[in-house]
Design a protein around this ligand. Structure first.
Ligand code: GLY
Length: 359
């Protein structure tokens, strides 16, 4: 078993990584929720047929009473009306303040269940059991929970750390290949921003089989980087911004494709390629970095270029949460494995970005 501790004052929790860990869900949750009687599980209709009975059996075996909400899979589920429905169902179930919520699924389930846990009864414990690669390496760690609004993604949310993150790499075997590879975009990102050797390690494993052979090491390395970043900047006011490498332009790609044409991971892969070239054009990033990222992404079948209207990019730069007034903090690579935030005038960024993107 690999264990990482997210050591936040008063809200410390472990990330446990082990094949077959779903079997031990009950005892592991019992250890962190000793007083809980009831667990409300949130999952979706892709994950439920595969893992819900399994997890519920383990939780019941540890003496918990359980109820489950099986929601439609997909981003549309991460909305205010679904949150309201979950609150009501949690109350129907008789959830109390010493009970807990379990998120069994990908990022949508984790974000929504986490926000419901953060708000029901002014906050109850929650446990993340992420079942996608993207959720395992990113969204299940760090406590960002949210729902989407008409105005955009994740606009209503909170910081609400889980009590435990249970990661069973075996569940990745049932992911469709594009979903697995979309998660790999975020995995590559960790190499780009914090660990050049890890990037090389990944680049030398350009297939799902090769990556799965080392998946525990991969999950551990990504979560260790995320844990360190979150411990230093839980509230996303400084260092945590580096986790958004490739995301500004990536968000433009996602939105231009109406969130159906390109997954988040695919958009981030192409966004990282643009961000690397922008870094070169601004004299921050060494010239060989874009080709390295493009090569690693392409080898995994991820897009290295996505076409969208220039206005989509202008809008994404304007809406980016790293922007303040006329300036934006760009996340650029000073070298492979080291990201920095560089504050610049948006107009100057857009001029260079246009040349890079259309060039
Ligand atoms: N997914 C980016 C963050 O957790 O800050």
């Amino acid at each position: 078993m690999k264990t990482l501790t997210v050591a936040l004052p008063g809200r410390e929790y472990d990330i446990l990584i082990q094949r077959g860990l779903l079997d031990a869900a009950g005892e592991r949750v019992r250890a962190v929720c000793p007083r809980a009687r009831r667990l409300f599980i949130v999952t979706d209709d892709n994950v439920a047929p595969l893992y819900l009975d399994w997890v519920e059996a383990s939780l019941r075996g540890a003496g918990f009473e359980t109820a489950a909400a099986v929601l439609p899979a997909g981003e549309e589920t991460k909305c205010g009306s679904m949150l309201l429905e979950l609150w009501e169902r949690m109350m129907d179930f008789g959830l109390t303040r010493t009970d807990a919520v379990v998120a069994l699924g990908g990022g949508v389930v984790g974000d929504l269940a986490g926000f419901a846990a953060a708000t029901i009864l002014r906050g109850v414990d929650f446990v993340q059991i992420p079942t996608t690669l993207l959720a395992q390496v990113d969204s299940s760690v760090g406590g960002k929970v949210a729902v989407d609004l008409e105005h955009g993604k994740n606009l209503a949310g909170a910081f609400w750390q889980p009590r435990l993150v249970l990661m069973d790499p075996d569940v990745l075997d049932t992911l469709p290949l594009p979903v697995f590879m979309a998660g790999m975009a975020e995995v590559l990102k960790y190499g780009c921003i914090r660990d050049g050797d890890f990037f090389d390690f990944l680049a030398a494993r350009p297939s799902r089989e090769a990556l799965m052979a080392d998946i525990e090491h991969i999950l551990y390395t990504c979560c260790d980087i995320k844990r360190q970043v979150v411990m230093e900047d839980e509230r996303d006011t400084g260092l945590r911004m580096i986790l958004n490498f490739g995301h500004t332009v990536g968000h433009a790609f996602e939105k231009a494709g109406r969130y159906v044409e390109w997954s988040h991971g695919e958009a981030v892969a192409a966004g990282m390629c643009v961000a690397a070239k922008l870094g070169v054009a601004l004299g921050v990033t060494p010239a060989d970095v874009p080709a390295k990222i493009e090569g690693a992404a392409a080898a995994l079948g991820l897009p290295t270029h996505i076409s969208c209207g220039w206005n989509d990019i202008v809008e994404a730069v304007g809406l980016d949460k790293k922007s303040a007034g006329s300036q934006i903090s760009l996340i650029l690579l000073e070298k492979m494995g080291h990201a920095v935030a560089v504050k610049m005038e948006k107009d100057a960024v857009l001029r260079t970005l246009k040349a890079v993107y259309e060039g």
